[in-house]
Design a protein around this ligand. Structure first.
Ligand SMILES: Cc1cc2nc3c(=O)[nH]c(=O)nc-3n(C[C@H](O)[C@H](O)[C@H](O)COP(=O)(O)O)c2cc1C
Length: 221
């Protein structure tokens, strides 16, 4: 496993396109900002509609905006960019950016990044990450996947992206949606080499048993 570092003072781009799973992005945003990272957020038009459908959040409502996606104390490290603003920092190869996450990633955004065909700031941020050798984590969500979707994912993986589907596991026996969300967010943080303790690391039953403290044995007795 790669060495993990604190998120503090590292800069990440988060592109939310119109795939299902806005909740993953909201949680990732919250964790990165709470850990002291700077986040540059870009939401596509479809991403905005998915936010409305899935989270009941209307960023166009009076007095509301993307800054309001996170609690007030976390806002000073959040920069929000218009998806059309292709002249801004996330589009730049010379900007100091530690990683780019496209989450959720629609099949449309995935296809355009896979083909180097950028039509907006999210796709350009992905394109630039690939050419600059920055970490690019793509979190697609679609089911079933067509051969075209699969080919596009292969192209991205071959170009150096991490393709990390929004596919939570169940072996930690979750009983809340939040645990499923954290499962995926933890995987994203792992691939950004960000330290976290969102989800307990997998242990075999034997490892779990040998890690038990004598106090547990007393409690069980
Ligand atoms: C509620 C909702 C859920 C959607 N879910 C998905 C999805 O899981 N995967 C996907 O590829 N597209 C999904 N779409 C369709 C995309 O939003 C649509 O293809 C859009 O054009 C993508 O644009 P973008 O890539 O610029 O964000 C969904 C749309 C809506 C409104």
């Amino acid at each position: 496993m790669n060495v993990k570092y604190p998120a503090r003072d590292r800069t990440f781009v988060l592109g939310m396109s119109g795939g299902s799973g806005a909740i993953y992005a909201l949680r990732l945003l919250e964790v990165l900002l709470a850990d002291g990272a700077f986040v540059q957020l870009v939401v596509s038009g479809a991403g905005r509609r998915v936010l409305e459908h899935e989270a009941g959040i209307d960023v166009g409502a009076p007095g509301f905006g993307y800054q309001h996606l996170v609690p007030e104390p976390l806002r000073d490290r959040l920069d929000v960019f218009d998806v059309a603003a292709v002249e801004s920092t996330p589009a730049s190869g010379s900007a100091r950016i530690d990683g780019v996450v496209l989450c959720p990633c629609s099949m449309g955004t995935l296809a355009r990044v896979a083909h180097g065909f950028s039509t907006n700031l999210i796709e350009r941020a992905g394109d630039v990450a690939l050419k600059e050798g920055r970490r690019l984590v793509v979190v697609p969500r679609e089911s079933p996947l067509s051969v075209i979707h699969l080919r596009n994912m292969l192209s991205l993986a071959e170009a150096g992206a991490v393709v990390l589907p929004a596919m939570p596991g169940f072996y930690h026996r979750p009983d809340r949606v939040e645990q499923l969300v954290d499962f995926v967010v933890a995987r994203i943080l792992d691939r950004l080499d960000v330290e976290h303790d969102l989800v307990a690391r997998w242990k075999t039953p034997e490892q779990a048993e040998s890690a038990r403290s004598p106090f547990h044995e007393e409690e069980d007795a």
